[in-house]
Design a protein around this ligand. Structure first.
Ligand code: ZN
Length: 249
């Protein structure tokens, strides 16, 4: 790990009054949650389910082929053994120490909250919460995974028999505007933005970071991103390794 980068990051955060973090799939893959949009995820989806992840996780698939939708969802988006990794832990520690104002994430695994983070804007929702599409009764993951509550992978509401769906934004559905607005506000208010584990090519990531008008943007990603030229500091390392180096575990 490059020592000058680590000390520069530590200096930037110390000098900043309001730091926000924007995270992508790379934050979760370090908890051994595979990125279903990656090349191997794409290949596996075609091989096993006969469609792309975007098709399988679409509103259209949920409406027309709920068995296929829920089978893919349960087998690819839920990782019961996943635990917060050093990135989640360091970010929660930063918030407790007053060094981080908000986390904006594209992940749906809820691991930031498990690690203890409080202000988390989940742009794509969360698989920690499910609700009946008809009567809106809320269910937890255990209910949804119990085959006794399901009809061929499809969880049914114990009260009205409706489909119990994940509180996740499906392809073809619109994002929750209140959450997007809150995320944009948090980014606009920040004087330091740390972007980690995302190549910034997927909507809405690229659009949201345009709201940043602060003095320091830090990109931590294993590979290059189209925004490297705009960043004040680019670190091509594991997000968990970098943040835990600065904040300990
Ligand atoms: Zn219901």
């Amino acid at each position: 790990m490059s020592e000058p980068s680590i000390s520069k990051l530590a200096e930037i955060i110390k000098a900043s009054k309001n730091t926000a973090f924007f995270g992508g799939a790379g934050v979760s893959t370090e908890s051994n949650i595979p990125d279903f949009r990656s090349e191997s995820g794409l290949y596996a989806a075609q091989e096993i389910y006969g469609a792309s992840p975007e098709e399988l996780l679409s509103r259209r698939c949920y409406d027309r082929k709920p068995e296929l939708f829920f089978r893919y969802y349960k087998e690819n988006l839920i990782y019961l053994d996943a635990k917060p990794n050093p990135a989640h832990i360091a970010l929660a520690k930063m918030e407790r120490s007053g060094l981080l104002s908000a986390i904006i994430t594209q992940n749906v695994d809820g691991l930031h909250q498990t690690a203890g983070s409080k202000t988390v804007y989940e742009l794509h929702g969360t698989n920690a919460r499910h609700y009946c599409a008809l009567c809106r009764k809320v269910y937890d993951l255990d209910y949804v995974l119990d085959p006794a509550n399901c009809d061929n992978f499809v969880p049914k509401c114990g009260t009205c028999g409706g489909i119990v769906r994940p509180d996740v934004v499906l392809y073809g559905e619109t994002l929750n505007w209140d959450i997007v607005q809150a995320a944009a506000d948090a980014i606009a208010a920040a004087d330091c933005l740390i972007v980690g584990g995302t190549s910034l090519v997927v909507y809405p990531a690229a659009g949201l970071i345009q709201y940043f008008g602060g003095s320091n943007m830090v990109l931590i990603n294993k590979s290059d991103t189209p925004y490297d030229g705009y960043a004040d500091l680019v670190i091509n390392e594991s997000i968990g390794a970098v943040l835990s180096e600065v904040f300990g575990n």
